[in-house]
Design a protein around this ligand. Structure first.
Ligand code: APR
Ligand code: PHB
Length: 393
């Protein structure tokens, strides 16, 4: 058994855990990050791609936006589509703010390289983890690998280990309330080697189902099709995917997505999930460990950053001023923002997807709502201010 000491033990090297470790370092607080997978896995997993204005500011303030500022694609609006007709929501005109398209795995690469050059303690392929004594003053994390156990003794544990991690499930279920909603559809997503032929994203409502046109880089397009959650990818040849994308995304002005080699195919489930509270004793949950949003509002990574911003500020007040008020308020502070993002993600999802069992009334109401957002400056402003990110209080 080998013993280690640190102030904050962080489980998970996703955007939440890495960003927390970086922010703590800037406040002079030590941490050890424990990650189950290897570094390449963390750096290459393709996931979210849209950074709110608020997240970009956070990354800039934290001094890790050099590559983001060079390579990120600034988007000043999105197109909403209804059966091929597009209507632009001009974020900058409506809110003064924009978003930036920059892949989650690029943020992860930047954070890992910054942590390592700052001498950070990141332990990949760490082994099996368990958390102990988090209702006492000195909790610990046990890391079991090849019959050796490392014991990390710390003041606080940050559970940043995503939806399937062990942090949330280590809290007695009676202490937690779960709010959960699954949707009767999923997204079939592809990454294609094709230069984007439009500058902005298209969120298209179509009678065959929702489709999203997005991008990652000057030569890489990201596209999604609404599908059944139990879709069999083997039934979706590249040709079938492109045909369906052309049908759903084809625009009245003749525009079609440009085809290219499909580099990756995958299915993303759609779920809204929140656990309350985000704290149990000295164990704090952040990011996907505490909440999941359907991807339609592009909020997942941004919410993870907001959580760790609040957690880092709270830990700073504790260590610098021995003030625990922000730590005590951590859960309530995060939840206020989380529920607003939940509402927005649910709303964007409900607005744009085909609900297979919707009544004729509901179909008409849904189309009317979309037409309202496309025709009302007030409604478009509401969408825009949520999409670019509500300010951090
Ligand atoms: N031990 C150590 N590490 C673990 C364990 C475990 N038992 N379980 C999970 N992990 C790691 C995962 O391998 C992953 O690298 O925790 C990390 C969690 O990272 P994410 O799932 O990316 O979660 P988070 O950092 O909260 O970021 C949220 O991810 O799913 C997207 O859309 C979501 O963009 C959002 C972001
Ligand atoms: C993406 O590019 O992966 C993406 C963009 C916008 C979304 C969801 C995903 O709402």
């Amino acid at each position: 058994m080998v013993k280690f000491e640190t102030q904050v033990g962080i489980i998970g090297a996703g955007p939440a855990g890495l960003m927390l470790s970086h922010l703590l370092h800037q406040h002079g607080i030590t941490s050890i990050v424990l990650e189950a997978k290897n570094r390449a896995y963390c750096e290459e997993r393709v996931r979210a791609g849209v950074l709110e204005h608020t997240s970009v500011e956070m990354l800039r303030n934290a001094g890790i936006a050099h590559r983001l500022d060079r390579e990120g694609l600034r988007h000043e609006g999105i197109d909403l589509g209804l059966h091929g007709y597009l209507h632009r929501i001009p974020f900058v005109e409506l809110t003064g703010k924009a978003v930036t398209v920059y892949g989650q795995q690029e943020v992860v690469k930047d954070l890992i390289s910054q942590r390592l050059s700052d001498g950070g303690d990141l332990r990949f392929e760490c082994g099996e983890i368990s958390v102990h004594d988090f209702e006492e003053d000195r909790p610990s994390i046990h890391v079991d690998k090849e019959d050796n156990v490392d014991v990390i003794s710390c003041d606080y544990i940050a559970g940043c280990d995503g939806f399937h991690g062990i942090s949330r499930s280590s809290i007695p279920p009676r202490a937690l309330t779960v709010y959960d909603r699954t949707y009767p559809f999923a997204w079939l997503g592809i990454l294609a080697e094709a230069a984007p032929s439009r500058e902005e994203l298209i969120y298209m409502h179509h009678e065959r189902g929702f489709a999203l046109y997005s991008m990652r880089a000057p030569r890489i397009t990201r596209l999604y099709l609404q599908c059944k959650p139990d879709v069999d990818l083997a039934e979706w040849s590249d040709d079938r995917i492109w045909n369906e994308l052309h049908t759903r995304l084809g625009c009245s002005d003749g525009w079609r997505p440009t085809e290219g080699k499909i580099l990756q195919k995958g299915v993303t489930g759609m779920r809204s999930f929140v656990v309350e509270p985000l704290q149990f004793g000295r164990l704090f949950l952040a990011g996907d460990a505490a909440h999941i949003v359907p991807p339609t509002g592009a909020k997942g990574m941004n919410l993870a950053f907001a959580d760790v911003h609040y957690l880092a500020e709270a830990l700073r007040a504790k260590y610098r001023d021995n003030d625990e008020a922000k730590l005590d308020a951590y859960s309530a502070t995060c939840l206020s923002r989380i529920w607003k993002a939940q509402r927005f993600s649910w709303w964007m999802t409900s607005l744009l997807h085909l609900f297979y069992d919707a009544s004729p009334f509901d179909r008409k109401r849904q189309v009317a709502e979309l037409q309202y957002v496309m025709s009302s400056r007030a409604a478009a402003t509401s969408l825009a201010e949520n999409y670019v990110g509500l300010p951090l209080d």
